[in-house]
Design a protein around this ligand. Structure first.
Ligand code: TEU
Length: 482
């Protein structure tokens, strides 16, 4: 069927809300967020206008990588709930018209997964480390297994051995996982670390990097140019298997590569994140460049933050975060929001000792619902202390003009009226985004600038601007040429 005759997939213009399950809402007072807690907060997503939710991993895990070390792909971690609770959550979300995405972690398992003991042939082994590859968070990518004396490959922590996707039984096992959840009504998957699925068949050394990678990497990882340890040319073999198992369910890839490299992934995945936007400095020319490139690549999932990187409000400060929200939510295509960004949550202190060895606790603090000590997140002792619930919470920002929450909600509502492809232009320090009859002007500079002649202001990041004739320093405004 020609593309034009196909019905638009549900995710085409969707706003997907990322939930970090341990930190969203606790329902039983153990201090850890859980599925029943998430279910009890679904109305927040409806009120905000989100179309779908993505749950970071909910599976049993020894938590070496906070759930991205999966010990059983077809179960729920006991502290988060159980399969019946999961089914209830899916039903409740669907009743509200919300789609549910799970996090699929196909490139590695936990070292405690039964496959590692029962099916060593699912993993990549060598008698001695065969190359210079390093793990994403530092240290060698090969670790000696005490039982066999042989070395296994791990792209991340040593507790996360890499699966070998060249092995047909691995593809079949992971396809079964996909079918298991799709049969339970899941609408799609965010696919973790896709660039690490297929490596060089001959396990050749990575050369030293001569120029910095387009995206930030850990110091040690960034020293090498990952031409052999990542992005293997046979990626289609892995992605085809996933596509076949997923059928029409959404597959959105976390492909940590520059936008220009996404083509081969998008042949099988529906969407891939534009990490260049997430990491772009807040500078009009660079933003214009990454948006144009993403729009050209099509089928891009736009996001400005997630559980791996410093929070938006910490990176940009309050005023510029409002501009960033306006930018994100006026782009065409699928948009992902990370829980807490809608109330301007900032990085917290992290655990002591830290839960995550790579230092990512500060981006994973519990959601702040109420202006009270534990933020309405739990009645017990929170697993990770709250950051600043007395300063920022959903309850105090709801219906408060000028609050980040009100801005997010208005932007999502306005988003429904935006149509047409995106045209971006840089005007001095301002970025202008045109979508059909709407023009978005983000004044990133310190000087007042002229507003577009036609149309009137329908939304501003600064309350009380009415239809003022100029655009204030660091104001973002949307104009509608009716
Ligand atoms: O992240 C892996 C990933 O590809 C990058 O986002 C990573 O930050 C990059 O390689 C920088 O070196 C995913 C999850 O989002 C993360 O939380 C997990 O720790 C990781 O996979 C391993 O499963």
């Amino acid at each position: 069927m020609p593309d034009a005759l196909l019905p638009e997939p549900w995710w085409e213009e969707a706003v997907v809300y990322q939930i970090y399950p341990r930190s969203f809402q606790d329902s039983d007072g153990d201090g850890i967020g859980d599925l029943a807690g998430i279910e009890s907060r679904l109305d927040h997503l409806s009120w905000l206008g989100a179309d779908a939710l993505w749950l970071s991993p909910i599976y049993p895990s020894p938590l070496a990588d906070m759930g991205y070390d999966v010990a059983d792909h077809c179960a729920v971690a006991p502290e988060l709930g159980d399969l019946r609770g999961f089914d209830r959550l899916v039903t409740s979300a669907h009743q509200r018209g919300q789609r549910v995405l799970l996090d699929l972690v196909p490139s590695h398992t936990s070292i405690e997964h039964r496959w590692f003991r029962e099916h060593p042939e699912f993993y990549v082994w060598a008698d001695q480390p065969p190359n210079n590859w390093v793990a994403a968070f530092g240290g060698p990518a090969w670790t000696r297994d005490e039982r066999t004396g042989r070395f296994y490959l791990h792209s991340f922590y040593p507790e996360q051995p890499d699966l070998d996707w060249r092995v047909p039984e691995v593809r079949e096992a992971m396809s079964e996982v996909i079918r298991f959840w799709a049969d339970r009504g899941v609408d799609g998957f965010r696919v973790d670390a896709v660039q690490q699925l297929m490596k060089d068949a001959d396990l050749r050394d990575d050369p030293f990097a001569t120029t910095p990678f387009v995206l930030p990497l850990g110091d040690e990882y960034g020293r090498l140019d990952h031409v052999h340890s990542e992005a293997g040319s046979e990626i289609a073999v892995a992605l085809e298997a996933m596509r076949e198992a997923a059928g029409g369910a959404l597959l959105v890839g976390e492909v940590y590569r520059p936008t220009r490299d996404l083509g081969p992934y998008l042949e099988h995945l529906d969407l891939a994140f534009a990490f260049e936007l997430l990491h772009a400095p807040f500078d009009a020319s660079r933003l214009a460049e990454v948006i144009r490139e993403g729009a050209e690549a099509r089928r891009i999932a736009w996001a400005l933050s997630n559980h791996d990187f410093p929070r938006l409000a910490t990176r940009f400060g309050e005023e510029r975060s409002a501009l960033a929200a306006m930018l994100l939510l006026t782009l065409p295509g699928t948009v992902f929001l990370y829980q807490g960004d809608e109330i301007g949550m900032v990085d917290g202190a992290g655990g002591s000792p830290p839960f995550d060895r790579a230092g990512r606790d500060p981006y994973r603090h519990p959601m702040q619902w109420e202006p009270e000590a534990f933020g309405g997140f739990t009645t017990g002792a929170p697993w990770l202390g709250l950051s600043d619930p007395l300063t920022r919470s959903v309850a105090t920002q709801r219906d408060a003009p000028g609050s980040p929450l009100e801005l997010y909600r208005s932007l999502i509502a306005l988003r429904r009226d935006l149509d047409g492809p995106v045209e971006v232009e840089v005007r001095g320090e301002a970025l202008e985004i045109r979508r059909g009859a709407h023009t978005v002007v983000l004044n990133l500079g310190d000087r007042e600038i002229e507003r577009p002649e036609a149309g009137h202001r329908v939304l501003s990041t600064i309350p009380g601007r009415g239809d003022a004739r100029s655009i204030a320093p660091r104001e973002g405004a949307v104009f509608w040429d009716s």
